[in-house]
Design a protein around this ligand. Structure first.
Ligand SMILES: Cc1cc2nc3c(=O)[nH]c(=O)nc-3n(C[C@H](O)[C@H](O)[C@H](O)COP(=O)(O)OP(=O)(O)OC[C@H]3O[C@@H](n4cnc5c(N)ncnc54)[C@H](O)[C@@H]3O)c2cc1C
Length: 485
């Protein structure tokens, strides 16, 4: 199965699994409570995907979860109109496993074509001043070369990446022949003729990975760019490549959890894992103890590094766990008591070098034009700054920043939900950020099995990103365990 599995496609693998179900479904020895064949830590997408595949193959599986809900970093705020996303925000047509899960578990998929025009229009603010797209080409802060002066800052680097990305396959970012690109994204951009002025007014205002272009590997950014390009290529011509789930993306892990027949136990905060040759023992903060023949751990490295693992991980894997950081992102979800954007005549959406780098008017209702809520995104150093404040002070700082840029918003925004992903003890950040030098040395090791302890989670994905990366890793780890059962 090992060699064949790597060459089989997903459908063939699932058919092969269905055929082997009868073998795995042979009667099991009755085990003591809290003993299971496979114990999965984490009921996010990767843990649930692994659990469902193992269940389908007849394995005896239990899932334990530290939070009181499923979904992990997929979370939709049902307290606001339209259920805006605070975690996994949208997906694309190439998210085969996620789309398949939505269809299989009865979750509707919402195509964003009717609303994408509203999200695409953004207002530029630099140094607290609004700069219209008419003024931008001749504005003194515009650092772009002559032929690109009309390009808005948020779109500029996409063009550079599209032209210069040398990666030819989805997993090329981890292939040794590309290790020379495991350098700061800033350095690679400079090699492409992009100045530091340009990097400052583009990437460093709204860093998707790390705090600036200095602390993310070029290989990571090229992988992200290839993955996004693949989603765009797979979209039906004339339609947006962005999709969401009806009821919020959280409906997908909820649908998966409902189909999982084994136990999912909540409030189990894992603090230690100890393996001997035949079993792994898992300890939780509340004193609960589990034993399993195989344990699958979907915990992100930013959290895993606080958990005791005995015997210790091999050096490269331990280094990955200890040093692979997660992006810092905070969000404030707001209701506008009055549409301030009608008063100042601008789109509610902003790209700004202030505290809030991105303000987004959500369009999640039946009427595509209706703004159902407003989301402020705070990233990198700015998010770290907010994390040093008590929530009420951080929320006040967010509102003050928006009002400073948009005086028409004064007194009109109410924060209904505020989220720091870093301060959430079960994620300690957002998606994994591979720093310069980490991809070539640590990425090949982070997902390796450690005896009977196995790892999944988006940080172990090789060919897909985000939610689909989580699903990919859940599938990979399920097969890894099945081969050993
Ligand atoms: C703000 C934001 C925006 C995003 N946008 C997108 C997007 O647009 N598109 C996209 O594809 N992806 C996006 N993502 C990323 C995507 O949501 C994640 O990659 C994916 O959901 C990760 O799934 P996972 O199973 O790997 O990890 P998780 O969802 O984190 O699952 C791990 C589980 O383990 C549990 N756990 C952690 N520690 C312990 C412990 N000690 N004991 C017990 N349980 C524990 C957690 O509670 C969690 O349920 C976004 C994420 C965020 C936060």
């Amino acid at each position: 199965m090992k060699d064949g599995a790597t060459t089989l496609n997903r459908r063939t693998m699932l058919q092969a699994m269905a055929a082997t179900t009868a073998v795995f479904a042979a009667p099991q020895v009755v085990r003591a409570q809290n003993n299971s064949e496979v114990l999965i830590i984490g009921a996010g997408l990767s843990g649930l995907a692994a659990g469902l595949l193992l269940q389908e193959a007849g394995a005896k599986v239990r899932i334990i979860e530290g939070r009181d809900r499923v979904g992990g970093r997929v979370l939709s705020y049902r307290t606001l109109p339209g259920n805006p996303e605070v975690g996994g925000t949208s997906f694309g047509p190439g998210y085969a496993r996620l789309v398949d899960a939505a269809r299989t578990y009865g979750v509707g998929i919402r195509e964003l074509t009717p609303v994408i025009q509203y999200y695409a229009k953004r207002e530029l603010f630099l140094d607290g001043q609004h700069i219209s797209m008419q003024d931008w080409p001749s504005h003194p802060r515009n650092p772009f070369p002559e032929q690109a002066r009309a390009v808005p800052p948020w779109a500029y680097l996409g063009g550079v990446l599209a032209k210069a990305n040398p990666l030819k396959s989805s997993d090329a970012w981890v292939q040794p022949e590309n290790a020379t690109l495991d350098i700061p994204y800033r350095d690679w951009l400079v090699q492409q003729g992009v100045s530091d002025d340009i990097i400052n007014v583009t990437y460093n205002i709204e860093p998707s990975h790390g705090n600036s272009a200095y602390d993310v590997s070029t290989l990571m950014m090229l992988f992200v760019a290839s993955f996004i390009a693949a989603q765009q290529q797979l979209a039906v011509p004339g339609q947006s490549p962005f999709l969401t789930a009806e009821g919020g993306n959280q409906a997908i892990p909820e649908g998966m959890a409902a189909a999982f027949k084994g136990d999912i136990e909540f409030g189990r905060n894992v603090t230690a894992m100890r393996s001997d040759g035949s079993q792994t023992e898992v300890h939780c903060a509340d004193g609960t103890k589990y034993k399993a023949d195989h344990v699958i751990c979907s915990i992100p490295c930013s959290v895993l590094r606080r958990i005791k693992i005995d015997p210790v991980l091999p050096p490269e894997q331990a280094r990955a766990v200890q040093t692979l950081n997660s992006q810092i992102i905070n969000q404030a979800h707001m209701i506008a008591k009055e549409p301030f954007w009608e008063e100042d005549g601008l789109s509610p959406n902003m790209f700004s070098d202030g505290l809030v780098c991105s303000l987004v008017g959500e369009h999640k209702g039946d009427d595509p034009a209706e703004v159902t809520s407003v989301t402020a995104w705070i990233r990198g150093h700015s998010a770290a700054l907010l994390d040093q404040m008590p929530d009420e002070q951080a929320k006040a700082a967010v509102i003050a920043d928006i009002e400073r840029h948009r005086p028409a918003a004064k007194g009109k925004l109410e924060i209904v939900e505020y989220k720091s992903w870093y301060r959430d003890p079960f994620s300690s950040g957002d998606w994994a950020v591979w720093q310069p030098g980490q991809v070539s040395t640590l990425a090949p090791h982070v997902g390796k099995p450690h005896g009977r302890l196995h790892f999944c989670g988006e940080h172990t994905a090789v060919s897909n990103r985000g939610m689909e990366g989580a699903m990919e890793s859940g599938e990979r780890v399920a097969f890894e365990v099945l081969e050993m059962l």
